[in-house]
Design a protein around this ligand. Structure first.
Ligand SMILES: Cc1ncc(COP(=O)(O)O)c(C=O)c1O
Length: 472
């Protein structure tokens, strides 16, 4: 492809994306593709001869689109929001067009410095003090793995420079709630703590970590000669957006010298709203924290914001200094390759920069407030409806609910009934819901927050839920 062809095709692709976005409500939200169906439409071998991209738009429509679940659809209430605003799409085009590899400052100074600035802007927007410094990671899973490795190295006094965890006399322990995201367990296992040294602490009726149970577990571990190492507090659990009692956890972390990592992957975005900041009161005592602008802040996947108190510790743990990467400016600049796991880094900060320029803090705040108000409206409807049960508090934009027909008491029947409702809604194409299990009970999750979701879409979902439930 030459430059002229790229220009011409590029306009067509922008039109294609714009048409797609404009017609989103017409698509069934969840892909109905059966396993293997998309693969079967593609040739088994790669093209030998150059064919150009002339027909690719037709192939996108025929081959790819049937296998797409539409995360930016107004009827998308599954998993969590994954906003990809127009500004973010344009930034991705620029980042790819520039083709920058931002591993070191020198490999493209702008990639490092724009990132420094937007991470600092975001810090200010979240109301965090200047004691935190930010770096962009691909996902919260990676950021949490980094946090747990940093915790391990702090508690073990840099065991990685000796015999690693294998050489330690005491076993290091990680604590998190039984509602914490699977990335915490994955991170603990990948960081070498071992499953036996990961304590998933019982939660209370609101699905937040129980401080009494945490203290008991720590004391038990100390008595057994183990070394408490890290505590992961969740501000906004995946299933219900439950909020761990951070203030109390900071005291415990200080007393037992635990690394305190805060997983605010979903709920962190809400901290741009001053009225929500009580949810993470105590955050200033955290050693590290992660939130995902790629969830609820308009910035398309992937862009995870990782904040740390002690960048020098992070660099000491993650840094490498091979001769072929050294530059004359190393003492004056940040080389973000030393702030995480991968060497190579995309120019992700452009996405956040574009989104902030486009929407401003006020624009983002207005949208989040809209979503929280929509969730509040749905909460009121569920609370007033006789045959419906709300299964968790609604601090933000996620609701967990179930339909309980009169006389139906058996948990297995209730589970099947609510799964049938979820399935029917998903099959209808008008909305997409997922489920979760809370203290053994299956619940329907409604996660509100697609950019295009308005009150009328939430009203339509509620009408459909009642309609479908009444038919079984
Ligand atoms: C609370 C929480 N933590 C971590 C994650 C993992 O996010 P990522 O996909 O960025 O690794 C999620 C994703 O849903 C989440 O809800």
């Amino acid at each position: 492809m030459n430059n002229d062809e790229f220009r011409e095709l590029g306009h067509q692709f922008i039109d294609w994306v714009a048409d797609y976005r404009a017609s989103l409500p017409l698509f069934p939200v969840m892909s109905a593709a059966k396993p293997g169906a998309i693969r079967a439409k593609l040739p088994k071998t790669p093209p030998l001869k150059s064919g150009g991209l002339g027909d690719i738009l037709k192939d996108l429509d025929a081959t790819v689109m049937p296998g797409i679940t539409h995360w930016n659809h107004p009827g998308f209430f599954a998993y969590f929001p994954s906003n990809t605003s127009y500004a973010s799409i344009l930034a991705d085009i620029v980042a790819s067009g520039l083709g920058v590899q931002g591993m070191s400052w020198q490999t493209s100074p702008a990639a490092t410095e724009v990132e420094e600035v937007v991470m600092d802007w975001l810090r200010q927007m979240l109301g965090l003090s200047g004691a935190f410094t930010g770096v962009i990671h691909d996902t919260a899973s990676t950021a949490t793995l980094c946090a747990l490795i940093c915790a391990r190295e702090k508690t073990s006094n840099f065991s990685q420079t000796r015999n690693g965890l294998q050489g330690g006399a005491s076993k290091l322990v990680v604590y998190a709630s039984d509602q914490s995201h699977s990335s915490i367990e994955k991170g603990a296992l990948l960081a070498g703590f071992g499953k036996a040294n990961l304590r998933l602490i019982e939660t209370d009726k609101d699905h937040a970590l129980r401080v009494d149970k945490l203290l008991a577990a720590i004391k038990e571990d100390v008595a057994m000669g183990k070394l408490p190492c890290a505590l992961v507090a969740c501000i906004g659990t995946t299933a219900t957006t439950a909020v761990d009692p951070l203030k109390q956890l900071t005291d415990i972390a200080q007393k037992y010298r635990l690394w305190l990592h805060v997983d605010a992957a979903m709920a962190g975005s809400a901290m741009i709203l001053p009225e929500c900041r009580w949810l993470w009161e105590g955050i200033e005592a955290a050693d590290s924290m992660v939130l995902n602008p790629h969830k609820w802040l308009g910035t398309g996947f992937d862009l995870s914001a990782y904040y740390v108190k002690d960048p020098q510790h992070l660099i000491r743990v993650m840094g490498t200094n091979p001769s072929y990467l050294r530059t004359a400016q190393d003492d004056e600049v940040k080389n973000f390759r030393d702030w995480g796991i991968p060497l190579g880094r995309r120019f992700r900060s452009l996405k956040l920069w574009f989104v902030l320029r486009d929407q401003g803090i006020e624009g983002l705040q207005a949208r989040l407030r809209r979503d929280i108000a929509n969730a509040g409206w749905l909460k009121d409807q569920v609370d007033q409806a006789p045959d419906w049960e709300r299964m968790a508090p609604v601090p933000l934009q996620t609701l967990c609910l179930r339909h309980v027909p009169k006389g139906m008491k058996d948990e297995a029947l209730l589970r099947a009934h609510n799964m049938a409702i979820t399935e029917a809604i998903n099959q209808s194409g008008r909305a997409h819901l997922t489920s979760a299990i809370l203290k053994g009970k299956k619940v329907i999750r409604v996660s509100i927050g697609a950019e295009s979701t308005e009150r009328k879409d939430v009203e339509a979902l509620w009408a459909q839920l009642r309609d479908v439930a009444g038919k079984f």
